[in-house]
Design a protein around this ligand. Structure first.
Ligand code: ADP
Ligand code: MG
Length: 249
């Protein structure tokens, strides 16, 4: 589904991502791990089009997304969440969920004054958003400001609002960062459920290996900008080189 071939990114002299190649098959949950500063977030930014690549190619389905803008990447079906939630803090939970919906007629300047032309669409989007909030256990908070949510609820809302754009691939940067352990596990259960019910594909950066390893099909390990290992959770857990760089053994 997604194919990176020798992708690189420099910040001045620092090579944050160094000739990374990886493949993400449709319908899988793929983990991306590695010590702090190994280039994981930068790699997600390159895929998402929020940073330009300095070398290599990125293909998604039949399209070349190497130089695509962030909104072109989103339109192609790739959504992402950030390590630190980037919600609109003073908007409600429901409005945050509705914003990424694609091609809303009421957003076009010429149609906006004519409520009747888009109220049906808005109603059906609100219903879809209600369903998403329901499954993430946020529905009763639909009218609360995003700033009033707990850390875990913010992470769930970030996940939920990506869904309204009907993505095919989701890039999640530490979906459980700052979340209590029991909620962290249930975030991953939601992810597995989304794969099951919507056929979604995931690339997930996560530090909580004990949770991640229960859910992923395959892992890539980064170290100093490079992919230094890949394999199933069992293979990665047993890899001596990975244990050395990642666990300091
Ligand atoms: N915008 C930036 N400008 C300069 N250096 C950056 C920038 N973003 C990340 N880096 C550097 O690139 C390296 C990889 O960072 P990052 O991708 O955030 O790692 P990770 O997500 O694995 O912790 C780090 O050395 C970091 O300091
Ligand atoms: Mg990071």
């Amino acid at each position: 589904m997604l194919h990176l071939n020798s992708v690189s990114k420099f910040f001045g002299n620092l090579c944050a991502v160094n000739c990374v190649s990886l493949t993400i098959p449709r319908g899988q949950i793929i983990g991306l791990i590695g010590p702090n500063g190994s280039g994981k977030s930068t790699l997600l930014n390159l895929i998402a089009g929020t940073l330009p690549v300095n070398g290599g190619t990125i293909h998604f389905e039949e399209q070349d997304l190497t130089r695509a803008s962030a909104d072109a990447v989103f339109r192609a079906g790739i959504a992402r969440s950030y390590q630190d939630p980037t919600l609109f803090q003073r908007m409600t939970v429901l409005d945050n969920t509705l914003i990424p919906a694609k091609s809303q007629r009421g957003e076009r300047a010429r149609l906006a004054p004519f409520h009747r032309l888009w109220q049906g669409e808005e109603r059906s989007l609100a219903q879809t958003a209600g369903g998403i909030l329901d499954r993430l256990l946020l529905r009763r908070l639909y009218d609360a400001r995003a700033s009033d949510l707990s850390g875990g609820q913010m992470k769930l809302l970030e996940l939920g609002r990506s869904l309204i754009g009907e993505p095919k691939l989701m890039l999640l940067d530490e979906p459980t960062a700052g979340v209590a352990p029991n909620l962290a596990y249930s975030i991953f259960e939601q992810i597995a459920d989304l794969r099951r019910t919507h056929g979604l594909t995931f690339l997930i950066v996560e530090h909580r290996l004990e949770i991640l390893f229960d859910f992923v099909d395959h892992l890539y390990v980064m170290h100093m900008g490079q992919v230094v290992a890949q394999g199933t959770p069992a293979e990665i857990a047993a890899d001596a080189h990975v244990r050395e760089i990642y666990f300091g053994e």
